[in-house]
Design a protein around this ligand. Structure first.
Ligand SMILES: Cc1cc2nc3c(=O)[nH]c(=O)nc-3n(C[C@H](O)[C@H](O)[C@H](O)COP(=O)(O)OP(=O)(O)OC[C@H]3O[C@@H](n4cnc5c(N)ncnc54)[C@H](O)[C@@H]3O)c2cc1C
Length: 465
């Protein structure tokens, strides 16, 4: 049966809707165009209508009507995901959460906010009270806290506090199911992992409670090096040292830095760049660390000094913003997500850099997982063909490095999380008709006819085999 969208929009009243086709199309896109493969697959996928609830009650009404009419529902925060997570594959309703944006509570070591709150607003509210988020993505100006939990994984702060999935970082999630009478699920402890990085497949997040840490006076630092090996080694050292605080450590190949016009004249030309956030009181040992690795500290700025000089924030050159700076100048660039076999071994990082060839420019982010330093490569790749991209993946794998494919819209393929039977059982519980973001899970079709308990039993079978 074809949906009468005018009639459906009326049933959503009093919730604000957008039905203007140009605006609906705009809200059907995210940053999937970072991947030429995803761009070809997703650029013609659009929703039919956008609903903009401003409260949990309005959201409840929207989900109830969608359930009754069998309408697919794709949640959308800021639309900054990289894998087409927020692209409706089967048309339907887009639920934009940015109207549900209140910071509800700031307590001792935690913040509770509505899912559509922008992360920069959450951070600003926290800093005013002497706290800060344990981490945030480099997209904090437009990304929502709910979108980060549902679509993101790590960010600025992960080098101190681990990724989002590190125990204790996500304290509590509230989500609504998609049913005739949507129910609120309150999830804590290990169970939060079944809603985190679930790409909006496992219920609609309404409220997020995250761990916070005391605010520090962070200095944005840029140091340059003659060799990428030494730049990487300094990043690794900074990530692991206990005597220097740090919120960001990213190493960037000199060829990428050529695409940073706003840093021209501020950092040494043709050098490899270490981008870091270090607290003011630890600058002296940080300077010593840079010198020890043969580097030169080109910039060390407080936020006020940076603004006075009209220089972007350091995190505009970290995480996927590094790739974005290149893409602004040349859309033939793309990237991949690769883990580093032995993060302590800077020589092996230099060696794979040589093996990869001139069309792959390295960029590493440092993080801590369970206290251990980890590094992952988000290289800029000059895209020639899918064959060459897969050949590059194979070079990484042949060197023992992992590849987490950034060129797939399936939750099971990319990112840092695989869907599993426990995950799918939660989906069945919160979305019995499978209306949420259809097409994003490869495994769902195999289990959708089963009950949550039957799906969960498969997880147990898997554990025992
Ligand atoms: C330049 C650039 C830099 C980036 N840097 C980082 C980074 O540092 N770290 C990182 O982890 N990611 C990063 N990303 C990816 C992305 O920005 C983050 O995942 C971001 O937090 C997503 O937030 P959003 O509000 O834009 O979510 P959206 O893109 O709108 O949504 C992401 C996913 O979450 C789902 N979703 C949204 N709201 C809800 C909800 N209320 N309930 C259930 N599901 C929901 C959507 O359906 C979608 O599947 C980057 C992306 C770009 C383009």
């Amino acid at each position: 049966m074809t949906q009468d969208w005018t009639d459906f929009a009326q049933r959503l009243a009093p919730v604000d809707v957008i039905d203007e086709p140009v605006l609906v199309k705009k809200r059907s896109r995210d940053f999937f165009w970072f991947s030429p493969i995803l761009n070809a697959q997703l650029k013609r996928s659009f929703g039919d209508l956008v609903a903009r609830p401003t409260s949990v009650e309005e959201l409840r009404h929207v989900l109830s009507e969608a359930y009754k009419a069998d309408v697919p529902v794709t949640c959308r925060g800021g639309g900054t995901g990289n894998y087409g997570q927020a692209v409706p594959l089967n048309g339907g309703l887009i639920v934009e959460t940015t109207g549900m944006n209140r910071v509800l509570e700031i307590g001792n070591g935690y913040v509770r906010a509505e899912a559509g709150a922008l992360m920069k607003d959450v951070n600003a509210a926290l800093i005013a009270e002497g706290w800060e988020m344990v981490m945030f993505p480099s997209t904090q100006d437009i990304a929502t806290i709910g979108g980060f939990i549902a679509g993101g994984s790590a960010g600025i702060g992960s080098v101190a506090n681990g990724p989002l999935r590190e125990a204790g970082n996500i304290i509590e999630l509230k989500a609504l199911s998609v049913e005739a009478e949507p129910r609120e699920h309150v999830v804590r402890g290990d169970d939060v992992m079944q809603l985190h990085h679930a790409w909006g497949l496992n219920g609609v997040l309404t409220e997020i409670t995250l761990r916070t840490v005391p605010h520090r006076n962070w200095i944005g630092c840029m140091a340059t090096f003659d060799s990428y090996r030494d730049c990487y080694a300094a990043g690794y050292d900074l990530a692991g040292v206990d005597t220097i605080g740090r919120k960001l450590a990213s190493s960037v190949d000199a060829r990428i830095c050529d695409y940073f016009p706003r840093l021209k004249g501020h950092i040494r030309a043709d050098k490899h760049l270490l981008v870091a956030l270090v607290p003011a009181e630890d600058m002296e040992p940080f300077r010593t660390l840079i010198t020890k690795h043969g580097g030169h500290l080109d910039l060390e700025l407080t936020d006020a000094e940076r603004e006075a000089k009209n220089i972007p924030h350091v995190f505009d050159f970290a995480y996927n913003h590094t790739t974005l700076q290149v893409l602004k100048a040349d859309r033939t660039a793309t990237y991949q997500q690769c883990s580093v076999k032995d993060p302590a071994d800077a020589d092996s990082v230099a060696e794979i850099g040589r093996a990869l060839g001139d069309d792959v420019w390295q960029h590493h982010e440092f993080a801590r997982f369970g206290g251990e330093v980890a590094a992952f490569d988000l290289p800029v790749i000059w895209f020639k063909s899918e064959e060459r991209l897969r050949e590059i993946d194979d070079i990484y794998r042949a060197h023992g490095f992992g590849v987490y494919d950034a060129h797939s819209f399936h939750v099971e393929s990319g990112g840092l999380h695989s869907a599993n039977y426990t995950h799918l059982a939660w989906k069945k519980r919160l979305d019995p008709k499978g209306l949420l973001n259809p097409g994003k899970s490869r495994a769902w079709d195999m289990v959708k006819h089963l009950s949550p308990e039957e799906i969960e039993a498969k997880a147990l079978e898997e554990d025992q085999s």
